[in-house]
Design a protein around this ligand. Sequence first.
Ligand SMILES: [Zn+2]
Length: 310
Amino acid sequence: MPQPHRQHLTLRRRTSAAPALLASAFFAVCALATTAVAQDGTVATSSLTGTLHLLQGRGGNVVASIGEDGVLIIDDDYEEMVPAYEAALTDLVGADANPRFIVNTHWHFDHVGGNLFWADRGAVVVAHTNVRERMATRQDMKFFDRVVEPSPAGALPVITFGDSLALHFNGDDIEVQHHAAGHTDGDSVVYFTSENVVHMGDLFFNGGFPFVDLGSGGSVAGYIAAVEAVLARVDEATVIVPGHGSLANRADLQRYRDMLVATSGAVRAQLAAGKSVDSIVQAGLDEEWASWGGGFINEATWISFIANSP
Ligand SMILES: [Zn+2]
C-alpha cells in the first residue's frame, strides 16, 4: 500500500482519517497521479468536440453530451463532488442542468457517486447488469481495506444490459460495450461514434499502471483484451478519455497496451520459472517502465495484481 499518499491525503483533509476517507483518498490519488485538476473540489471543464465536454473533478473523468436532446453524462464522480458538477453543468447548459441519462462505466464510488442526486431529479441511470448487482450488495474491497455498503435503491441503474446497448442522443449514436473481467466484471467502454470520442472508464489509467480490482471480478488478461478491443476500433483521430488522467490518442493507448503486455508477460515468465513474487518485486520491472509506477499503483502492487490475477 502506498503509505506516503495516505499520509499526504490525510493531511489534506479536515476530517479525521476514517477508513472510508482513506479509501476514497486512494481513488483520488489515481486521478492526481496523471492530472493536475481540481483537488480543491471544483470541476474543470473543457470542450472535446461537437456536443461533448470533458469534466474533471476528483474521481473518474466525466464526459457530458449537451445539445438539443438535453444532457447525458458518462459517470458522475464522488458523491461529495455533486455540487461542483451541478455548477459546472449549469455553466455549460444554462438553467436546466439535470442530465436525462447517466451511463456508469463501472460500480466504483468515484464513478457513481452522483447517481442518487441526479436520479432524484429525473435522470435515468444505465449500466451493465453487474454494476447494479455490485451496487445493490455489500462489497468487501480488501485492497482498500474498505467495506462498501449497498447503495440506496434510488442510486441503482434502472436500465441494465448484458453485452451492449445503444443510445441515440444529440445526433450521435452512442454505443456502450461491456468487457468482461477487466478492471472489474462490469466495465463498459462508451463510443460516441459520430464525434469519434471514446470513454474507456477505468480500462485506461493514462500514464500509470492500472488498478485491477481482482475482488470485483477483474483480471489482467481481460483488462489487456479490453484495451486491445478498443485499439482495434479507434483511429488516429479518435479522442480517448481515460477513467483517470489526461486525454489521450490512439498512440497513447498503444503504448499503454504495450506496457501491459510487456510487464505482465515478464512477470508471468518469472513466476513460471519458479521465482517468488517477493523476488520479482525485489528485482523490479525493466527500467523502461519505471515512470508508470508513479501513481497510486506502484510497481510492487502491479506485480502483485499480475501474480494474483485469474
Ligand atoms: Zn474504478
